[in-house]
Write a protein of this length. Structure first.
Length: 563
């Protein structure tokens, strides 16, 4: 290997240390996730912010639809980017190309006009497809070396901390930039972060060269042309049919044209994956069956996860008391964490007392000069005499989840290590079951929060949102790290890349479903039913996983020799 071939360069990972490439990848991923989560944290807020404040002035339905479509496509493109890197580009080139596209997309969001926004979103979606799967692949390849293989799990834990460090810091930067300079500067900050990550990655290329090994195409590998013909071409045709469906019938099936297009596109993809199972031999069927069962139940988990950029963002923005105590306000104000909302002199969407957007006889959303939505469920007696309030910026709540991941990870690792020593560590399927139920419990907290007050005349404490994220984080740590591991353990060797695409497809569908749910936010007069759907879905999915747990654990053991 490269590290062993030179007398001047010490062998990477020697003397119980980690490969130096780990730290190149750690900081690159940290800055990339800084940009990604900064953008996701403010995107919905930007879309619903009045035009007079620099936002797009979309109503909740249109904004949630766009956010859901974006999340769905962001999770879909890594499958394509991973395959292209595997077969043609190589991993370092793919990461650099992805980083350039991401940076250009973030900078483009700072430009005015809807055309610039949609082009920028396309660049980000494509960029994530090249970047996201391949930087993780490089790390895995570096630690496939015999002397480093025992440190692989620890390396991924360190790498995961970089992700959450970037996700934690970015929202404070976003709040400062948008409150002091405007939305465009906040999006540009994401571009600056990605640019720093690219420079760091390129400067450390020599340390990760040995991890950039293109896999030779095997005779059992499915050609890209065949994948395109069997998967993507039918999906594109189905998406076009779904988009035009309402033109012929006069109504949509899933609320909006983009929802219809995406759901139609999923049909041939799901059929294709189903055909892989039915065509497989008996041995492969067991692994694929267990994997598909895991995919099915984890979809519910990811729908709850993606509420952080849809339903929970709306809740934190409009229904949560974000006023700070005077002493604390003085501390956070210099850091740009406070946003100003006013009771007049702005254009907003006209809403009834239930926050439902009003339309005129022609079906056009009515824009009026009036109060900020934050005041619409606040009694006039509590309106400030000055006509404005200084509130904690909504995007700050997006940092709660990565904060708890950093805090809870060593605690959970320690707990399972202790249980393993006593021979009582839960199997992987049981961990997934518990994780889904805990995620459902986080939504149950929101049901309780809504049930304890009339949210149309009073606001909920911000402690409810913080507690919801804290509980959900425990579920995330039980489910999220297992996904890629399950794919590698249960997939037939010749289908690993396709199954990795299936895992990203699960995330994609869940992101779109989260956006689809949020498009109906205004239709839920009693908001607790919005979150109750998630509670019931999580309870059912966890129960299904529990019923299948012994069988799935047995298949995992047959494949790997461990539960």
């Amino acid at each position: 290997m490269e590290g062993n071939s030179s007398a001047k360069t010490p062998s990477p990972g020697r003397k119980n240390g980690h490969h130096p490439g780990l730290y190149v990848l750690f900081f690159t991923e940290m800055w990339e996730r800084f940009g990604y989560y900064l953008m996701v944290g403010i995107f919905l807020l930007y879309l619903i912010d009045p035009i007079s404040h620099g936002g797009k002035g979309f109503d909740t339905r249109r904004a949630a639809d766009l956010v859901g479509s974006y999340i769905a496509l962001v999770y879909l493109t890594p499958f394509i980017g991973g395959l292209l890197a595997d077969r043609y580009l190589g991993y370092r080139r793919a990461v650099i190309l992805g980083g350039i596209l991401l940076a250009c997309g973030y900078y483009g969001l700072a430009l005015p006009g809807n055309t610039a926004m949609y082009v920028s979103l396309l660049l980000i979606i494509l960029g994530n497809g090249f970047f996201k799967p391949n930087i993780s692949t490089i790390l895995g390849n570096l630690y496939n070396r015999e002397d480093l293989r025992p440190k692989k799990d620890v390396a991924y834990n360190i790498f995961y901390m970089g992700i959450n460090l970037g996700a934690f810091v970015c929202n404070f930067v976003a709040a400062y930039m948008r409150n002091h300079f405007g939305w465009g500067y906040a999006f540009a900050a994401a571009g600056v972060g990605m640019t720093i990550g690219l420079i760091w990655f390129i400067s450390g290329m020599r340390y990760i060269k040995e991890g950039d090994v293109k896999k030779p195409v095997q005779k059992e590998d499915m050609p890209l042309s065949k994948i395109f013909g069997y998967v993507f071409l039918p999906a594109i045709i189905a998406a076009a049919i779904g988009y035009l469906f309402s033109s012929f019938t006069g109504h949509t099936l899933f609320g909006t044209r983009s929802n219809d297009a995406f759901m139609f596109a999923c049909v041939p993809i799901v059929i294709f994956y189903g055909s892989l199972y039915f065509r497989a031999n008996r041995e492969d069927k067991r692994g694929l069956g267990a994997l598909f069962a895991f995919f099915l139940v984890s979809t519910v988990f990811w729908v709850i996860y993606n509420q952080n950029s849809t339903g929970l963002t709306i809740w934190a923005d409009q229904y949560t008391n974000r006023q700070m105590p005077p002493a604390l306000e003085k501390i956070v104000k210099p850091f740009g964490m406070l946003q100003t909302v006013t009771t007049d002199s702005q254009m907003v969407v006209k809403m009834d007392r239930y926050f439902r957007a009003q339309t005129n006889a022609q079906g056009t959303t009515v824009m009026v000069k009036g109060i900020d939505p934050y005041f619409q469920n606040l009694p006039r007696s509590q309106w400030p005499s000055s006509g404005q309030l200084h509130l904690l910026s909504t995007e700050i709540f997006q940092s709660v989840n990565p904060f708890f991941i950093i805090v809870f990870t060593p605690l959970l690792v320690g707990l399972f290590s202790w249980l393993r020593g006593k021979g009582k560590e839960p199997t992987t399927p049981i961990k997934v079951t518990l994780g889904i139920w805990v995620a459902g419990l986080s939504s149950l907290l929101m049901v309780i929060a809504i049930s304890t007050r009339d949210i149309y005349v009073d606001k909920a404490s911000m402690l409810w949102v913080i507690a919801t994220y804290a509980v959900f984080t425990i579920g995330e740590l039980l489910v999220s790290p297992i996904g890629l591991s399950m794919v590698s353990k249960l997939s037939p060797t010749r289908l690993t890349a396709l199954m990795m695409g299936g895992w990203f497809l699960v995330n994609s569908i869940a992101g779109k479903l989260a956006g689809l749910m949020a498009t109906f936010w205004d239709s839920f007069i009693d908001k607790k039913y919005y979150f109750l759907i998630l509670v019931i879905a999580a309870a059912a999915a966890g129960f299904i996983m529990l019923l299948l747990s012994r069988w799935v654990a047995k298949v995992v053991y047959e494949k790997t020799g461990a539960y």
